[in-house]
Design a protein around this ligand. Structure first.
Ligand code: PLP
Length: 467
């Protein structure tokens, strides 16, 4: 009936598809739908290519989940992990212990991060990095005598993970519904979305600043603790704000005495060009969250970076009190060893520079899609891109969910052997590995174009376009 049912037939011979259905809970999908469709089991990877259990070669235009920036199969990373695991597989960051690799990675991140983000708490991923930021900001205001500063604001298309606290900072409804999120201290303002805004870039930035000020006034100026933002909204639809937007929000937060948190879980490590997305607008945040590209997905690791100002205030105010925040795997030595080698590949291996060149090429290759009947907007920064589909280009009409366009895109993309993210409201997200060559970028765009053409062969979609 569809690609999802066909694929996995070989894998089902060894029972994996059935075992998956019975035992493995997947992320962010309909559990019932998944039971019906079954899993695509991925078995190996090399460069920008993945192979599934049926032997299909899939061009990965999404870096796994926008994380495998260095591509698959980098053997020096494997060697770094194996060496660390053989020598010392575990060392705690609890109490006064640390591993060499954790200390070295913290120092190198602090050196490269903008401003005075000198202090690093390691986590296992992005959600607990956001959670750590929330806890430490609460601690900071409580211990420095401003316990009324509890409220946190973010944009309504932002994604900040799915932890119990962070899912309420996330703006996307699917992470709230039936999860009792957000809580009363979590608020959202409209996302700066150039394609869906009627006015100039300057007007859009001014509108965002106005929204933030109005929200702060509504909550009470002395009660707002933090504003969370991604330099480019990722999971909410790769929404690239106007140049200067991040700077304007950062400056407004400084003026209003609000902690500015840059969530760089996606934008960190060259995804948008520079090492950190904040640098694009010359911003030095108070807090930064990282994950994904930190270890390029080879092993789990995230980080929360604190400015020297916040860190010092906590040290001075807390005195000898024990600060009860910690995780067994914080600063895991194997993850840190991987992080060090990945960082070396980004810099000495020229992967960040390659990503910048490929990003510039992606932007120009994507403009060729603008004329496609289904394409309303094409936007990108570096190797982070989105193709937004509409059924009426002039009215910018979002496709009717009943058309099932995101599903059809994912299915036909799979048939074309290209992996991208089909967002719920009919957008195609692209995040190619930073190692992608110009030819590989061209191949990804060509396969995406074929996938878009496949949509025109679906009668209901053709009708929606003509109607
Ligand atoms: N913050 C941002 C901006 C993200 O994109 C993500 C994940 O996609 C997270 C936080 C959560 O990270 P994780 O999935 O590693 O928990």
């Amino acid at each position: 009936e569809n690609g999802y049912l066909r694929r996995g037939q070989c894998m089902s011979d060894n029972g994996l598809i059935q075992k998956d259905r019975r035992h493995l809970i997947h992320s962010v999908l309909s559990w019932g739908e998944h039971e019906r469709r079954g899993a695509t089991i991925l078995t190996s990877g090399d460069g920008v290519w993945l192979t599934d259990g049926d032997g299909n070669r899939l061009l990965d235009a999404f870096s796994g989940l926008w994380c495998v920036n260095i591509g698959y199969g980098q053997q020096s990373v494997v060697a770094a992990a194996a060496e660390q695991m053989a020598r010392l597989p575990y060392a705690t960051n609890y109490f006064h212990f640390a591993s060499e690799s954790a200390v070295e990675l913290a120092a190198r991140l602090a050196e490269r991060a903008p401003g005075d983000l000198d202090h690093v708490f390691f986590t296992q991923g992005g959600s607990d990095a956001v959670d750590t930021a929330i806890r430490l900001i609460r601690y900071y205001f409580n211990v420095t005598g401003r316990p009324e500063k509890k409220h946190m604001i973010a944009v309504d298309r932002g994604y900040h993970g799915s932890s119990a606290a962070g899912s309420g900072i996330t703006g996307l409804a699917v992470f709230h519904t039936h999860f009792d999120a957000p809580v009363a201290t979590q608020h959202h303002i409209p996302t700066a979305w150039p394609y869906r805004f009627d006015g100039s870039d300057a007007d859009l930035i001014a509108a965002s600043v106005r929204h933030l000020r109005a929200k702060v006034a509504e909550i009470g100026p002395d009660r707002v603790a933090a504003f969370f933002a991604e330099p480019v909204v990722g999971s909410g639809g790769v929404i690239v704000p106007p140049d200067g937007w991040f700077r304007a929000m950062r400056d407004t937060c400084a003026e209003l005495d609000i902690v500015f948190v840059a969530d760089e879980v996606i934008t960190g490590f060259g995804r948008t060009g520079p090492m950190f997305g904040s640098a694009y607008d010359g911003v030095a945040p108070d807090v930064m969250t990282l994950a994904k590209g930190l270890t390029s997905g080879y092993v789990p690791m995230g980080a929360t970076l604190l400015s020297d100002r916040l860190y010092r205030a906590i040290v001075d105010a807390s005195g000898k009190a024990v600060i009860g925040h910690g995780q067994t795997y914080s600063g895991h030595p194997v993850s840190a060893a991987v992080g060090l080698e990945v960082l070396r590949l980004y810099e000495e291996g020229g992967i960040i520079a390659n990503g910048q060149a490929s990003g510039a090429h992606l932007a120009s290759a994507l403009t060729a899609l603008s004329d496609h009947p289904l394409v309303g907007d094409v936007r990108s920064r570096g190797l982070l891109a989105c193709i937004e589909l509409v059924t009426d280009k002039v009215a910018k009409t979002r496709p009717d969910p009943a058309l099932g366009l995101p599903d059809a895109l994912a299915r036909c993309g799979f048939e074309r052997r290209v992996l991208f993210r089909a967002f719920g409201d009919a957008m195609i997200g692209l995040a190619p590995p930073l190692i992608s060559t110009i030819d590989e970028i061209d191949e990804m765009v060509a396969r995406v174009k074929s996938t878009l053409d496949d949509m025109l062969a679906i009668p209901a979609i053709r009708e929606a376009l003509n109607g």
